[in-house]
Design a protein around this ligand. Structure first.
Ligand SMILES: [Cu+2]
Length: 164
């Protein structure tokens, strides 16, 4: 009987030390907001033009760490940040809508919870604060269409967020 108890305790201990439990604890701590989120600026298009691109187009994140993705639109047209894979692989904190780009931007609204798609008007910024909880590679798309009905992503506006 004692041997069974020891074996059970060892198994329980081994399970608690397993990597997935460590990640869960780390994620729980970060979702609790103990660490200041790392800010990453993602530009939708470029200042003053109509190029359809994400800049940068490759972003690397770590599981269990908090981030604020600062999604700016300095271009002349509306763009979208659509990353459904990442959104469902992240614990969202909130989404902040700002009236401008850069240090002088003032918040207009804050939405608590998970964003589906984020559209940003020219000259605006949206800050999404979240903790990635699942490793993987997640596409970023822009489904805004031009007059011909072609999406910006079909014209080359795509990016990739890798979570390790
Ligand atoms: Cu676009």
């Amino acid at each position: 009987m004692r041997g069974v108890c020891v074996a059970f305790l060892s198994l329980a201990l081994a399970l608690m030390m397993a990597p997935q439990f460590k990640i869960s604890a780390a994620v729980a701590a970060e979702v609790g907001g103990k660490t200041k989120p790392q800010r990453i600026i993602l530009s939708l298009g470029r200042e003053g033009d109509r190029k359809r691109l994400f800049h940068p187009s490759l972003i690397s994140l770590a599981v269990g760490r908090p981030y604020t993705l600062v999604i700016e639109n300095p271009s002349l047209e509306i763009h979208e940040f659509d990353a459904p894979g990442l959104v469902s692989a992240a614990r969202s904190s909130d989404v902040k809508v700002l009236d401008d780009i850069g240090a002088t931007a003032r918040p207009l609204a804050k939405i608590v919870g998970t964003p589906a798609e984020i559209e940003v008007m020219p000259g605006g910024t949206v800050e999404w604060t979240f903790v990635p909880v699942l490793a993987g590679s997640y596409d970023i798309l822009c489904d805004i269409e031009d007059q011909s009905g072609k999406t910006h992503t079909a014209m080359g506006m795509k990016g990739l967020i890798t979570v390790k």
